[in-house]
Write a protein that binds this ligand. Structure first.
Ligand code: NCD
Length: 319
């Protein structure tokens, strides 16, 4: 099985074969999740702790459900962003939790790099559920699975990621994953929200939706991350919707069978027209949520296997 990671901190360190392995394992969990009995023993006896220092609906609930379906003991820690300070507090929290012998730690934190730091302090597998503007690896993996199932492949596709790229960990993880799998990624949005340095990732940049969406296979919309903006990045939401909000007219520039994606939470009438979001012939937004549970099951299953092997190897050395 080609998955050698101890933690899932980002897409950046993953080899394309490891991405394919996660998606293949996730496919099996998609089937399981559609059965009446959704249980497996992959994480039986293991303890999973979810620490969300930032709000979450989909990600937290799907990690919880994923752990429970795989038989882990799952604990959700109630974390309020306001009560947390970076540095010692985070490390102290990590050390406290570590003393309780968790096997899997799922962490979301408002600071980029905080989850990597935490992973260095604990001896269990750490999964990044989103760190600041940095990475959100399980989101990119669930998006990849959704695309692969809808398009029948995950290479040589034209994919437009649109909107607030600058503040989006979803965009960063996605463009790295899609690039590794040899797709062509375009970033579309106002120059204030699409920094030119993203060209380093090998993507093309557009500030016009009609041009940016021309003949693409996938249109991925992003929320305006107002909580990460310090200052005015857009003139008004009304004008933003007029120029960059996905509606039927703008979508008409994409391929006739192009799919529409959004990681949620979505702001109807800001980055996307409600009728497009609800169009079952184009929108795969609900499938993304379904794939989210399966991908998180796969990621935790694979990390738990590696953890078990590492512990067995350590025990062997001690004998
Ligand atoms: C995203 C996030 O939190 O980064 N949401 C998610 O995980 N589904 C995107 C967002 O908040 O806009």
């Amino acid at each position: 099985m080609a998955f050698r990671q101890k933690h899932l901190l980002g897409i950046e360190p993953l080899h394309p074969d490891e991405i394919t392995t996660v998606l293949d394992v996730a496919e099996r969990y998609v089937d399981l999740n559609r059965q009446a009995n959704k249980h497996s023993d992959a994480l039986k006896g293991l303890t999973q702790i979810n620490m969300f220092f930032e709000n979450s609906t989909r990600t937290q609930s799907s990690f919880e459900l994923a752990g429970k379906r795989l038989g882990a003991d799952v604990m959700n820690m109630a974390m309020q962003a306001s009560s947390i300070k970076k540095g010692e507090t985070l490390i102290d929290t990590a050390l406290t939790l570590n003393a309780m012998h968790p096997d899997l730690l799922v962490v979301r934190h408002p600071h980029s790099g905080a989850v990597d730091l935490l992973a260095q302090k604990v001896n269990c597998a750490v999964l990044n559920a989103g760190d600041g503007k940095h990475e959100h690896p399980t989101q990119a993996l669930l998006d990849a699975l959704t695309i692969r199932r809808a398009k029948g492949r995950l290479h040589r596709l034209n994919i437009a990621i649109c909107g607030d790229i600058a503040h989006s960990r979803v965009a960063r993880s996605n463009l790295m994953l899609l690039g590794k799998m040899e797709n062509r990624v375009r970033l579309v949005g106002p120059p204030t929200l699409v920094p030119q340095q993203f060209k380093e990732f090998g993507c093309e940049i557009y500030d016009d939706m009609a041009e940016g969406l021309k003949d693409v296979d996938v249109v991925m919309m992003l929320r305006l991350q107002k909580e990460r903006m310090d200052g005015g990045f857009i003139p008004s939401e009304r004008e933003y919707f007029y120029r960059y909000g996905l509606d039927a007219d703008k979508l008409a520039h994409a391929k006739p069978d192009a799919i529409v994606m959004h990681p949620g939470p979505m702001n109807r009438g800001v980055e996307i027209d409600g009728t497009i979001a609800d169009d079952i012939n184009r929108s795969v937004i609900q499938e993304q949520v379904e794939m989210g549970v399966a991908v998180r099951m796969a990621a935790m299953d694979l990390l738990a296997r590696n953890l078990k092997s590492a512990r067995e190897a350590d025990a062997g050395v001690m004998v």
